[in-house]
Design a protein around this ligand. Structure first.
Ligand SMILES: Cc1ncc(COP(=O)(O)O)c(C=O)c1O
Length: 429
């Protein structure tokens, strides 16, 4: 077997993937594109290095430049979230959640969460990080009409269960959590309040979503590659210092040695740049994301789509959720992909099986980063109608999608604006 051919095959697939996404409308709510400065960090020598511990307290030599990078990243993260404590080592949002579970709970402790069917992430479920820690899960009721936690019901659950940790935050996250009220109840019964901001981290930093650390969250985690458009990764934030609170020191240990060894130093460098870029452009970016999401939701609704949250302005985030018919989410997502629109099937209230859901979830954060505004959302909505309402041949629609997308191949809201984020940077000549 010719192994160079095998290697070339992989490279060829990566080139094709860049081309594919360059021609598509990428609308998965958890994804984004990297700025040129962030991209550059991913191929630096940091990639191959180790740095266990914290800046200045290392188990390996050779960290003098990386220590400066991590210190700068922490400083920028604290500024971005107005937080006293930031840990930017977790290699993903899930890893950050695992570290928090490890720090704040012991096996058998009670944790209150939303059900995954109501929009919670798998890491809050018994099959995910929560299950791995062996905590006992109790779920909050959900208000389907408001597409939010049922506040009175959740308060009752917290009072009855008296959990060690009350956990909030969602993967389907249209509206802010009633956090102030529920954090107060949680604190009354002695629970720690943990807010998972994975999806909405960039909106929070841009001042366009709730401010969990000011509304009672003791700990906040997030992914650094969704609405906060950095490299794949995670982070942990808190508003107390290590010196002030033991639980903050436990967060440190939760990350290392808890759930990481080395922690992808090239990603940490790219995170630091992403924080600086978000400090410079995040407010404007977050505002446009929410305007675009509202506009697209409204257009789809006016075209006859069953968009959830209709009585409450559809959305306050980057996301939109609409029903396509019982168990038809998978079919719709496939038809959209054939037309060059990348979205995911999603459970909607009332669905029972994640493999046979009735909805489609959309996110507009990547289209926004490509410079699209409200006028473009009108055009995007028309593509959805042609595929899912008019039943037009997807291949036909795709031709128009490719043409439309060719005008939006420049990255915005970052330093070195205007570069093509889908370019394949060939190192091998
Ligand atoms: C609420 C929530 N938490 C955690 C995660 C996990 O993040 P990551 O993919 O960075 O592990 C997600 C992923 O989408 C999420 O929606």
């Amino acid at each position: 077997m010719n192994f160079e051919e095998e290697a070339n095959f992989v490279r060829e697939m990566a080139i094709e993937n860049n081309k594919f996404f360059g021609e598509c409308l990428p609308m998965i709510a958890s994804e984004n594109i990297l700025s040129p400065m962030c991209q550059e960090m991913l191929i630096t020598d940091f990639h191959g290095r180790y740095a266990e511990g914290t800046p200045g307290q290392r188990y390996y030599q050779g960290c003098k430049y990386f220590d400066e990078v991590e210190k700068k990243g922490i400083e920028l993260a604290r500024k971005l979230f107005d937080a006293k404590y930031a840990d930017i080592r977790p290699t993903s949002g899930t890893v950050a959640n695992m570290a928090v579970f490890k720090a704040l709970t012991k096996p058998g402790d009670k944790v209150t969460v939303l059900d995954t069917a109501d929009g919670a992430h798998i890491s809050f479920g018994k099959w995910g990080a929560a299950g791995l820690r062996g905590v006992e899960l109790h779920t909050y009721p959900f208000d389907d009409e408001r597409m939010n936690i049922d506040i009175d019901g959740a308060a009752k659950v917290i009072r009855e269960v008296e959990p060690k940790v009350a956990l909030f935050g969602q993967s389907v996250f249209l509206f802010p959590t009633p956090l102030k009220e529920l954090a107060e109840v949680a604190h009354e019964v002695g629970a720690m309040v943990f807010y998972d901001a994975a999806h909405v981290l960039g909106l929070i930093a841009g001042g366009k979503f709730q401010q969990p650390l000011k509304e009672g969250a003791d700990v906040m985690t997030g992914s650094t590659h969704k609405t906060l458009p950095g490299p794949q990764g995670g982070m942990i934030l808190a508003n107390k210092t290590r010196e002030e609170e033991k639980y903050v020191r436990q967060l440190d240990w939760g990350v290392f040695p808890g759930v990481t060894s080395s922690y992808h130093l090239h990603h940490v460098a790219a995170k630091a740049i992403a924080f600086a870029e978000h400090l410079a452009f995040g407010k404007e970016y977050a505002e446009q994301i929410v305007r675009n999401a509202k506009k697209l939701a409204e257009e789809l609704y006016n075209m006859g789509f069953d968009v959830l949250g209709a009585n409450h302005g559809f959305t306050e985030s980057h996301q939109i959720l609409f029903k396509v018919g019982e168990k038809k989410g998978g079919w719709a997502a496939e038809e959209l992909e054939k037309a060059g629109i990348i979205a995911n099937m999603n459970m909607v209230p009332g669905d029972e099986h994640p493999l046979y859901p009735s909805g489609i979830r959309l996110g507009v954060q990547e289209l926004t980063r490509l410079g699209m505004k409200e006028a473009e959302m009108e055009e995007v909505a028309k593509f959805f109608k042609r595929v899912l309402v008019d039943g037009e041949d997807s291949g036909n629609v795709r031709k128009d999608v490719v043409k439309f997308k060719s005008n939006y191949r420049h990255i915005h809201y970052c330093f070195h604006e205007g570069e093509d984020p889908y370019a394949f940077h060939e190192l091998i000549k």
